[in-house]
Design a protein around this ligand. Sequence first.
Ligand code: FAD
Length: 454
Amino acid sequence: MSVPSPETPPPGPAGPPGLNPKWDLIVIGAGPAGLLGATRAAELGLRVLLIEKNRKPGVKILMSGGTRCNLTQATDARGIVEAFGPQGPFLHSALARFSPADLVELIEAEGVPTKREPTGKIFPASDRALDVQQALLRRLHRSGATLQLGVAVQEIVFEEQHRAFLVATESGPVSAQRVLVTTGGLSYPGCGTTGDGYHWAERLGHTVTPRAPSLVPLRSDQAWVQALSGLTLPDAAITLEVDGDERGSGARPRRSVGRDRASDRGGLLFTHFGFSGPAPLNVSRTLTLASPTAQGRLICDFAPTYDRTALDGDFLKRIASDGRRGAGCLVDDLLPSRLGDAVLAQAGLVRHLKLAEIGRVRLRALVEAIKASPVPLSGALGYEKAEVTAGGVALAEVNSRTMESRCRAGLYFAGEILDLDGPIGGFNFQAAFSTAWLAAEALAAGVNGERAAR
Ligand SMILES: Cc1cc2nc3c(=O)[nH]c(=O)nc-3n(C[C@H](O)[C@H](O)[C@H](O)COP(=O)(O)OP(=O)(O)OC[C@H]3O[C@@H](n4cnc5c(N)ncnc54)[C@H](O)[C@@H]3O)c2cc1C
């Protein structure tokens, strides 16, 4: 892709007298939000400069979904709003303008077919995140927006005299009357996301809510958990509880994700440090938002399709009818054998102990170990392993119908920099794309309105 110099923008109307900015809009950060925001604004007639500190745009797209890119979720706008919990309604206007179906259509129109998996996750049919990144770059290129790579923005200052933003970059200043900040959060800082945009937002008058790693693996020092490293359960129901002192200091409820308690059901992976997989990741924000050192426990139901009373009754029947068999037979139909051994041990049992010798107390303990095993947690991994950042630019200070700052006219935000974080499943990309699309349309309406009035 040829990249024109930022000093040679396409022809367009002159900027305000005195400063004469060459650009109608500067977009900072070429992740999904910046790429689509810049594209759409340029398509609507704006002279757009998109600045990215990495040498490659859309780095997180490339690594997403295990390099398969879980683009979005097979749901409607309401499904996305609900997944974001109390913060979700902020997305109403953005999703009304750019829904999951619109995103799929946009990517497919670039020659990248998509597929829906049974979980509702939508991926490129090729399973190649690269195809999605390339599709976005093709459209960006056609739009006429200028992409400047390998240049970090250092600061944004509003110059009252010229009523324009001065954007200081490593390669010199650029200016425009409008800026769209799409610098993402703090997760995976090696990708360029080092929270730069938060500082600019604060200096321009915004509140940035407390941030914490989200969709992040959980730590447990329990030897039996770590010994199961590598074992995956496709369906577990878990509840995370935060320890007393840490409760309620920051986490907001999301679906069943609450201030000091969060539940989810789905895949669970045992690791050498604790837990990973979709369900643990989805509840992690409740722990991390409570405090950086918060501890708690994960109550694990390893067989959520079985009712506790039915399981108890079934075990009793088998003990009565087949007392000479070993205790292992009780768990073999329910759980992978390594986990079966672990829950037997939790209940003080061993595989070869005869059913007739188990006794009522240990049987109850076994049902508890299967249905509600409380595993102490010693925290979570950090931003290096967090898929998103919880917290960010306070939503109350951003107009949800335009994505424009309520503190500073001409300043816009989209994507993960906002105080929005969704669960695993393509929700975060959708929010980034939708907020950017809406911002671009609002920006274009403003600029084109001004042009018409001149
Ligand atoms: C490993 C991993 C896997 C993921 N998988 C999925 C998935 O499958 N589905 C999903 O929905 N979500 C996924 N996510 C989350 C998703 O990637 C983010 O929510 C999304 O990328 C946010 O988009 P954004 O455009 O707001 O910010 P980002 O994608 O973070 O982009 C921000 C850009 O701004 C640039 N930038 C930052 N500071 C500056 C500066 N000072 N000057 C210039 N440029 C700057 C950064 O280099 C970066 O390119 C995943 C995240 C990770 C880390």
